[in-house]
Design a protein around this ligand. Structure first.
Ligand code: ADP
Length: 603
């Protein structure tokens, strides 16, 4: 976690300072490049001066002197280019090494975060942080910092020249620049403009979200024949965004146009100043020389001043991206104990466990949860949706840490075990099946990276995968997710079960995953489960009561508490909450849908 919490440009500078020497070097070189870029102007000034002085008799011109000035102009321009090139070299090396280090830090940090963090922050979101937000820093370090150094040097050099030649004309060149910036500040610096800008960013985000939702949900939209309706909604959001942008543009365009107009036409102000000042002039030659010099010089002013404007704008956008990265970096990693313990016995116990997702006790997800799940037995968690079954299961492998009480395996608090050890003794079979784009063999091997091919195939057989794996074009070496290789939901689940069988962890947490399997698959998955669960401490999150009937112990969860506990028959006889749920459940499954509507099953 970061110690200090800088935001905005100071935070960007803090990150850039990881390669301070290179960044400073690049800024100094960029500033030197700007100074060198003035030399052609100075050379032109002295050439004009020489021409004006010998205007009456051009043969008296000091030709070697003029040649030297010509070379000085070329040399100055060439060194400005070389210095700028070197500045960009330094800044790019600094930028890419900083990005590299930052991405590594980020990857290390997210690996140290609890699994709970990862369920709340899907992969897509984290990928966006790495691919887009951190990437933006490259622009800041590689381009904007040297641009900023150059652009700040420019007014300083202008000030020096202002005093060196004719301060009145120098001032006439700077006044329009200052005016342009005042207009910018008046238009964009007030709270209304900032609110406008925020609204703009929000509407952009809304539109992007709507686009993603539309594309991701296209199959559902098509299945329900909602294409036109949904498209109209999406279209409406785009139209609103367009309307807002138009309003925004119309409101701010005059200010931007005024800024660009002024900054690109500094010479017009100069001409007015020259006309105004010409009345009192005695040395016409000197005045004409200074006027011509300033007119030429003024042409170089727009670029750095426009860059300066964009540096501050873009800096804000990049800082926003970095703030998103910082939100991830600020998430506290899972606490690791200094003296990790292990266990030889694997019964599981919850002792007065309280937990809430927001870290506060109000609206807590679990309260006073106490139970024991014995080794070699199946303990099922049953209860209505939202009662806290998944939360109980998630606390076992430390997706989250308990707020109060303790979760123990073999009498050892899971917080007193090392994360690696805990992961090695607990298998968690999720409801969402995730297969890597690798061969079936490699996907199963994740359960035990040291397993031999024979061991993997044995696990696959136990999980009822062998039959379909053999049928694939390259058997177990077929890569999942490639063209034309499609596994059904049930087959994917069995691959994941094979992974867990191979891992052979003594504690197994199963999120009952058979809900959408077809009857044949369901039977195979049950067989696979049975193989997996032999002699283990098994916790099942049951979403359907049929699964829990054979469990050694059923824990009935309601509103974050365990309200009943026992075997199926005992609980039915007790006539409490569970028996009521069972009645409802059997009532539901005995209904069937026919062509003429729903009617009770005869069987
Ligand atoms: P079940 O598995 O029984 O359906 P859960 O354990 O998922 O129930 O949820 C228990 C309670 O915790 C619910 O009120 C749910 O809204 C809340 N909850 C679940 N997951 C989260 C989460 N990641 N963040 C905040 N609240 C959550």
């Amino acid at each position: 976690m970061r110690d200090n919490r800088k935001t905005g440009i100071p935070r960007l500078w803090e990150l850039a300072s990881r390669k301070k020497a290179l960044v400073i070097c690049s800024c100094v070189l960029a500033a030197a490049s700007v100074v060198a870029s003035f030399s052609p102007f100075l050379a032109v000034y002295f050439i004009i001066k020489e021409l004006v002085a010998h205007f009456a008799d051009l043969s008296s011109l000091d030709a070697p002197y003029l040649t030297r000035l010509g070379w000085a102009a070329c040399g100055g321009a060439a060194s400005a280019i070389a210095l700028n090139f070197s500045a960009l070299m330094c800044s790019h090396i600094a930028a890419f090494t900083t990005l590299y280090e930052l991405k590594l830090d980020f990857a290390r940090h997210i690996a140290s975060l609890s699994l709970g963090f990862h369920t709340a922050n899907p992969t897509g979101k984290l990928r966006k942080v790495v691919d887009e937000n951190i990437e933006k820093l490259e622009g800041f370090i590689a381009h904007q910092l040297p641009d900023l150094a150059g652009s700040l040097t420019m007014p300083l050099v202008t000030l020096v020249i202002l005093f060196a030649f004719d301060w009145r004309l120098g001032l006439a060149s700077l006044v329009p620049v200052a005016l342009g910036y005042l207009i910018q500040a008046a238009a964009f610096g007030n709270s209304a403009a900032r609110a406008f800008m925020k609204h703009y960013q929000d509407s952009l985000e809304d539109m992007n979200n709507a686009a993603v939702e539309y594309v991701r949900g296209i199959s559902v939209i098509k299945a329900f024949n909602q294409t036109v309706f949904s498209f109209r909604k999406f279209h409406g959001i785009i139209k609103n965004y367009g309307k807002f942008c138009m309003g925004y543009t119309m409101a701010f365009e005059p200010y931007m146009a005024a800024f660009m107009l002024i900054i690109n036409h500094v010479y017009l102000f100069l001409i007015l100043a020259v006309i105004a000042l010409s009345g009192g002039v005695t040395d016409y030659g000197g005045f004409a020389l200074a006027s011509v010099f300033y007119l030429i010089f003024s042409l170089s002013l727009p670029t750095p001043f426009t860059k300066l404007l964009y540096v501050s704008r873009l800096g804000g956008q990049i800082a926003d991206g970095i703030a998103r990265m910082d939100r991830v970096l600020d998430a506290a990693p899972l606490k690791e104990t200094a003296s990790p313990k292990t266990t030889r016995e694997y019964s599981l116990s919850f002792e007065g466990v309280g937990f809430s997702y927001d870290g506060e006790n109000e609206a807590s997800a679990l309260r006073g949860v106490t139970f024991t799940a014995r080794q070699g037995e199946v303990t099922a968690l049953a209860g209505p949706s939202g009662s806290g079954k998944s939360t109980i299961a998630h606390l076992i492998p430390r997706f989250y840490d308990v707020g109060e009480g303790a979760v123990k395996i073999g009498g050892v608090d899971v917080r007193d075990m090392s994360a690696d050890y805990l992961m090695s003794i607990v298998s968690f079979v999720f409801q969402d099946v995730f297969l890597f784009k690798q061969s079936i063999l490699d996907n199963i091997k994740i359960g035990d990276p040291n397993a031999s091919r024979e061991q993997i195939i044995a696990a696959a057989r136990a999980a009822q995968c062998h039959e379909f794996a053999e049928r694939l074009p390259d058997g177990y070496d077929t890569v999942v997710g490639t063209k034309n290789i499609h596994l059904s939901g049930g087959e994917r689940q069995r691959v994941v079960i094979a992974r867990a069988i191979l891992k052979n962890a003594p504690v197994i947490v199963l999120d009952e995953a058979t809900a959408f399997a077809d009857p044949e698959n369901e039977q195979k998955i049950q067989a696979a489960f049975e193989e997996l669960m032999k002699d283990k401490t098994v916790i099942i999150i049951a979403h359907r009561l049929s699964t829990v009937r054979g469990a050694d112990k059923i824990l009935v969860v309601e509103s974050g508490r365990i309200v009943e506990e026992g075997r199926h028959d005992n609980l039915i006889n007790a006539g409490g909450r569970y028996s009521h749920m069972w009645e409802q459940y059997t009532g539901t499954v005995n209904w069937t849908i026919t062509g003429k509507g729903a009617k009770p099953c005869s069987a």
